[in-house]
Design a protein around this ligand. Structure first.
Ligand SMILES: Cc1ncc(COP(=O)(O)O)c(C=O)c1O
Length: 341
């Protein structure tokens, strides 16, 4: 089976498992796990922030990061395809009492003008006040879209001007960094809170880190425990993340190349389905036109290739550590053949 449903499907390598096995550990609720502490500090430094908090998932880091910036009854604004709006099961509202409004985007690409149009800071007694803007880089449902640094900077300035917070869902920020060469710190410093994931393209089994100021992270630590997210000898998991930082970041370039190979093979059969040159990182979104996506995904799985039908006419394929360029070529040919009937 060639599994391109998501980059979350990777299994830890032997070397990663070895690193997990030998990691020094302690009780992280007492802040005594040396491997967790090392990971948190290292990620905070990489992103230009003071402190970090290791959490079970990207969703939890997003929930904590946004809650630090938004009080119950206030809103966070984000684009209509954002993971926080579509795929975090309403957690921000259900657990933290926040509301959300969304602005339109093409392929998830951030535009200052759309953000400026929608924000309502200090909206008074009749309207919900905007307390933060959240941005996703790279953008998952947009198709691995990289946000331009200039636009991110312009929105940071807008937020500062209006005294509102700025959160980055950087689940795949590593992919943006490798594709553009922009240092992680240059992205990270623009934001008040940043979450990054290790369980996507970096191939760790579990784990995300939230970074911010020391004061914010101390508050987030309390909120994490309130959500049931305090954990004990979590160093076995942090060790996998540290291993991934050392060994699996630069190789993301291979995933980006494989994504283009997959897209090229699909486009060779159905040129309208995808533009290979528009594939920016490791996510490929295919427009199935008038052909329903779900039966194509089922037929592909029956023939040994798994992709996701994420909309009635949209298929997503994501490349990762556990597939080769040849796998992606074969998978693209199959999906292309199925699409062309
Ligand atoms: C952009 C983005 N943000 C956040 C998450 C949430 O990560 P997790 O599944 O670890 O909660 C995902 C997961 O796919 C994602 O793609």
């Amino acid at each position: 089976m060639i599994d391109l449903r998501s980059d979350t499907v990777t299994k830890p390598t032997e070397q990663m498992r070895e690193a997990m096995l030998t990691a020094p550990v302690g009780d992280d609720v007492y802040a005594e796990d040396p491997t967790v502490i090392e990971l948190e500090l290292r990620v905070a430094r990489l992103l230009g922030h003071e402190a970090g908090l290791f959490c079970v998932s990207g969703s939890m880091c997003n929930m904590l990061g946004i809650r630090l910036l938004v009080e119950p009854g206030q809103e966070v604004v984000c684009d209509v395809q954002a993971h926080i709006a579509r795929a975090e099961m309403g957690g921000h509202a259900a657990a933290h009492g926040l509301t959300m409004r969304t602005f339109p985007s093409t392929r998830g690409r951030l535009q200052l003008s759309e953000v400026a149009k929608i924000i309502a800071p200090s909206a008074g007694p009749y309207l919900v006040s905007t307390a933060a803007v959240a941005v996703e880089n790279t953008h998952n449902f947009g198709g691995g879209t990289i946000q331009p640094l200039e636009e991110l900077t312009a929105v940071a300035e807008l937020c500062r001007e209006h005294g509102i917070g700025y959160h980055l869902d950087g689940a795949r920020l590593w992919n943006a960094q490798v594709a553009t060469g922009v240092p992680l710190e240059a992205y990270g410093r623009l934001f008040d809170t940043v979450s990054v994931c290790f369980s996507k393209g970096l191939g760790a089994p579990v784990g995300s880190v939230l970074v911010s100021t020391t004061e914010n992270i101390a508050k987030a630590r309390v909120m994490r425990k309130r959500l049931g997210g305090g954990w004990r000898q979590a160093g076995v998991l942090a060790a996998a993340c540290l291993y991934a930082l050392d060994h699996h970041v630069q190789r993301l370039a291979d995933d980006h190349a494989s994504a283009r190979i997959f897209a090229g093979a699909v486009a060779a059969c159905v040129p309208t389905a995808v533009v290979p040159d528009a594939v920016e990182t490791n996510v490929v979104v295919i427009d199935t036109g008038t052909v329903p996506a779900a039966p194509i995904a089922v037929a592909a799985a029956e023939r040994g290739v798994q992709v996701s039908a994420l909309g009635p006419f949209m298929i997503r394929a994501v490349t990762h550590l556990d597939v080769t360029a040849d796998d992606c070529e074969l998978a693209g040919q199959l999906v292309g053949k199925l699409l062309s009937g």
